[in-house]
Ligand binder design. Structure first.
Ligand SMILES: [Zn+2]
Length: 144
């Protein structure tokens, strides 16, 4: 008798190029499909993780819970890319950005429909799920 091994490959649906195929935090993709961008928080020391982690590197606890990234953050850094990593060339031009939510920061992309001259450091942004033309999912920052 042989037992078929199931590969958990939900992360394949994330982004233009999947960055990992097997991970403990695949629920992240299920949440994206429901329109939610989620991080994890350690229930023992309170440390917050984005991208989500299944265990806490700070206190080594595995006692982490999901929370939804909601509300407004502030744009603290951004950069318009002229050259993209392998696999992302077709997405150019786009801007990578860092949005500060207070007790955590999120790295991602600015929504493609924000005119360059409206992007300002300190502006309020929200993180939303985005469906790519090829059907893959990611998240982007939109103006509030
Ligand atoms: Zn912890």
């Amino acid at each position: 008798m042989s037992k078929k091994k199931e590969i958990d490959d939900r992360f394949k649906k994330f982004g233009t190029v999947s960055f990992t195929s097997v991970t403990k935090v695949n629920d992240f993709i299920d949440f994206l499909e429901k329109g939610k961008v989620m991080g994890t928080r350690c229930q023992d020391c309170g440390k917050v993780f984005f991208p989500p982690r299944a265990d806490c590197y700070h206190c080594l606890s595995r006692n982490v819970e999901w929370f939804e990234v909601s509300g407004k953050g502030k744009l603290v850094s951004y950069s318009k890319l002229k050259y993209a990593p392998v696999g992302f060339e077709g997405d150019l031009p786009y801007s990578i950005a860092l949005v500060d939510y207070g007790d955590y920061k999120i790295f991602g992309r600015l929504a493609g429909d924000i005119p360059d001259d409206e992007v300002k450091l300190g502006m309020e942004m929200k993180t939303v799920v985005n469906k790519l033309p090829n059907g893959q999912l990611n998240y982007v920052f939109e103006k509030v």
